[in-house]
Design a protein around this ligand. Structure first.
Ligand SMILES: Nc1ncnc2c1ncn2[C@@H]1O[C@H](COP(=O)(O)OP(=O)(O)OP(=O)(O)O)[C@@H](O)[C@H]1O
Ligand SMILES: [Mg+2]
Length: 368
């Protein structure tokens, strides 16, 4: 029995409260306590280590964080595309439209992938097959999930190419990927993703490989089709400017955990977690013209040498003795606004000040 099956059995036996499908019917996706590990030569990489989030029907969530924090692994786990071994979904529940994806058979999952959940991958250039025309590839995606004739599938391909703003779609369907520019290929991938009218679109760094003007066009396109089709969106990026314009809610990841959540405005205008504050300080902006940007000190910890307690502690300008214990994702103010930082716990800021005063007194004592 795998670790995941054992965890599922334990949950069922204990009748854990709060388990089972989400109560609210407007929740489309709810990820609970997701843990995904990779067992490699040097040890175990806990790439995703206890992640929870929700996306409502038609809602949009941005998942942001530095390279290697576990964003893509989270997306691949939702799609059940973690290669086992070396990977393993060790624990968690992924409720999608009333079903826990982690309990489905491979066959059931194949139906969902590319049907109800579509994904645009991080490497757009390798996601299209060079030897088939664009039209054939979209038609095949349609026929894999829907019982339609070849003719209807081709019409659907043309329609979805039109939806993503490609000119002369009747001609485009006969073209091969190498005949298109990078921006056009990305539009084709979005068209393919949308061709089956998914309930959820996962876009993993959809614009990273494109130049800045094309990036803006693709984001606008994702925004437009999301609003038109009512598809929910999970947008993964390391670029805060991208999420600011595209999603309503934000989850910031660090070292396999979510460290801050809230509406885009709240998180970007009033970040509560020092990591998010550091990320925001490190991006250029009008107000910072002429001033040096402050990069976050230090580097992401090695997956094999995670610090005890708060994983951001070694790089945090506010770290103190409390941080050797890991804080929960604490509620700050209204619900769904959370930050994983002791300074957000009641009374901790006061205690932190007292600690500073005591530390200063100690330094005075030591140096006389
Ligand atoms: N197949 C694998 N084998 C071993 N380790 C892996 C594998 N896939 C991912 N990892 C590790 O899991 C961690 C999270 O990787 P992930 O790809 O999710 O990062 P990311 O947040 O998407 O980063 P980026 O912004 O660079 O895309 C990293 O430490 C990575 O090395
Ligand atoms: Mg990634």
């Amino acid at each position: 029995m795998s670790r995941l099956e054992a965890a599922q059995e334990r949950r069922a036996e204990a009748g854990v409260p709060g388990s089972g499908p989400p109560q609210a019917s407007d929740v489309l996706l709810e990820v609970r306590n997701l843990r995904t590990y990779f067992h490699v030569m040097d040890g175990t990489v806990r790439a995703v280590d206890g992640v929870d989030f929700k996306i409502n029907r038609g809602g949009t969530l941005g998942l942001v964080g530095e390279s290697g924090c576990g964003k893509s692994v989270t997306a691949h786990a939702i799609m059940r595309l973690i290669e086992t071994p070396p990977g393993e979904i060790a624990e968690g529940e992924i409720w999608f439209d009333g079903r826990d994806l982690l309990t489905l058979s491979d066959e059931e999952m194949r139906e969902i992938r590319g049907g109800d959940i579509a994904m645009i991958f991080q490497e757009p250039m390798t996601s299209l097959n060079p030897v088939f025309t664009v039209g054939d590839q979209i038609s095949e995606a349609v026929r894999l999930h829907q019982k339609v004739s070849a003719r209807e599938a081709r019409d659907r391909a043309i329609e979805s190419l039109r939806l993503v703003g490609l000119s002369a779609p009747e001609r485009r369907v006969r073209q091969y990927p190498h005949e298109l520019s990078g921006g056009m290929r990305q539009r084709v991938l979005i068209a393919m993703a949308l061709s089956c009218s998914p309930k959820l679109l996962i876009a993993d760094e959809p614009t990273t490989a494109l130049d800045v003007t094309i990036q803006a066009q693709i984001l606008e396109l994702i925004n437009d089709v999301q609003a038109q089709t009512g598809t929910a969106l999970l947008l993964i990026t390391h670029d805060l400017a991208v999420v600011a314009e595209t999603v309503q809610t934000l989850a910031v990841m660090y070292a396999g955990r979510i460290v801050e959540t809230g509406s885009v405005e709240e998180v970007l205008l009033n970040p509560r977690m020092p990591y998010t504050q550091g990320l925001l300080n490190s991006i250029p902006g009008e107000k910072k013209r002429g001033k040096a940007l402050s990069a976050i000190e230090g580097v992401v910890p090695s997956p094999f040498r995670m610090p005890p307690g708060c994983k951001f502690q070694p790089r945090c300008p506010h770290q103190w003795e409390r941080c050797t214990m890991e804080p929960d994702l604490l509620e700050v103010g209204r619900s769904e606004r959370r930050a994983r930082c002791w300074l957000q716990a009641p009374g901790e800021i006061e205690r932190r000040r007292t600690y500073d005063l005591a530390a200063a007194a100690t330094v005075r004592d030591v140096i006389g």
